[in-house]
Design a protein around this ligand. Structure first.
Ligand code: FES
Length: 126
């Protein structure tokens, strides 16, 4: 059975910005908030050359990677054409203003990448 863990409040994430959730055993997860207060979570790693997506510009339901401006669809983690590739997407639930992620996914998905050494403020360790 899948369980959810409260990560932060929606208001803890800046509008059109991101926060990171660190993982002891792998790369951080970037949690985004768009202009409509929709919340998304993807691995903080661009599928192009590993850019820190949490430092990108959020627009609509996408983020522009800060390194080479590829546009990643936050709903599924995949880049928009003409580029190709996907980063790992994580499940998100928002309930009563709380943002939830799945500990099971944080512990198992996309652990094969090296963590970056810079990025936005850390929310908490998973
Ligand atoms: S590393 Fe993200 S666009 Fe190149």
């Amino acid at each position: 059975m899948s369980e959810w863990k409260i990560i932060c409040r929606v208001d803890d994430i800046p509008v059109l910005g991101a926060r990171r959730v660190s993982r002891a055993q792998g790369m951080d997860v970037a949690v985004f908030r768009n202009a409509e207060d929709e919340i998304f979570a993807v691995l903080d790693r661009c599928p192009h050359k590993g850019g820190p997506l949490s430092q990108g510009i959020v627009f609509g339901t996408s983020v522009a990677c800060p390194l080479h401006n590829w546009n990643i669809n936050l709903a599924d983690g995949c880049v928009r054409e003409p580029d190709v590739g996907c980063t790992q997407k994580f499940s998100v639930k928002v309930d009563k203003g709380n943002v939830h992620l799945m500990p099971e996914e944080l512990a198992t998905l996309a652990l094969e990448f090296m963590p970056p050494t810079a990025g936005p403020k850390l929310l908490q360790s998973a």
